[in-house]
Ligand binder design. Structure first.
Ligand code: GTP
Ligand code: MG
Length: 196
């Protein structure tokens, strides 16, 4: 890698739990909220020297905001990913598993590809880096719903992806995920990136 500043972006729809995940990984306390659209600005949070997590604003429907703001956000995310592609170690995409399956079912009736799928495909093609797909809020989903979601995701033509089931509320699966993030970071940047 040429650049001296490395980035790990966290993308996902509004309210999926991006900021909650960032807070967990970086021990920070950025605001999280019940309503979609809590984070509207792209925010860099340091993890360790020269390595930052990037909290991307949620793309898609945002509570009480105009279509124009949603489109501006989408453009901002796309520009960021294109401009910083050589600084990205890998990308984290997060989905709310308690609503994903239902949302996709209603979209499919209209013949629309879900934004999450488009986003993961876009990230892979633009950045050429692997994606970690986090299925969050498993505390709100039973076993059947989890399986339905996994089957659904596997029915799409997705690039090189690793799945993680977790809950940022109960913290189930969080440690495994953190370890994988560290492992990948160390693999890319070396052992001095182990201690965060
Ligand atoms: N039950 C449950 N709630 C969660 C979990 N993770 C996050 N939440 C809640 O979901 C809501 C949204 O979380 P955020 O972290 O703000 O989501 P975000 O993706 O950053 O949302 P925006 O900034 O609006 O795009 C908050 O009320 C969180 O407390 C989880 O694993 N289980
Ligand atoms: Mg947020």
């Amino acid at each position: 890698m040429m650049s001296s500043k490395y980035l790990i972006p966290i993308s996902g729809r509004p309210n999926a739990g991006k900021t909650s995940l960032l807070n967990y990984l970086s021990h920070s306390k950025k605001p999280v909220g019940k309503y979609a659209g809590t984070t509207l600005k792209l925010t860099l949070v340091p993890l360790i020297k020269n390595l930052y997590l990037v909290d991307l604003p949620g793309f898609g429907r945002i509570t009480k905001r105009s279509k124009q703001i949603e489109n501006d956000i989408k453009d901002e995310i796309i520009t960021f990913l294109e401009d910083s592609s050589n600084q990205l170690l890998f990308t984290i995409h997060i989905i709310d598993i308690s609503t994903f399956h239902f949302m996709v079912a209603s979209l499919e009736k209209k013949g629309i590809i879900p934004l999450d799928i488009e986003m993961v495909q876009f990230i892979a093609s633009t950045t050429n880096s692997p994606t970690l797909l986090v299925l969050n809020k498993i505390d709100k989903a039973n076993k059947t719903l989890v399986e339905q979601n996994l089957n659904l995701l596997q029915s799409y033509d997705l690039p090189e992806i690793e799945f993680f089931l977790l809950s940022l509320k109960s913290k189930d699966g969080c440690r495994t995920f953190r370890n994988r993030v560290k492992e990948l970071t160390v693999k890319k940047l070396g052992a001095r990136y182990e201690h965060w």
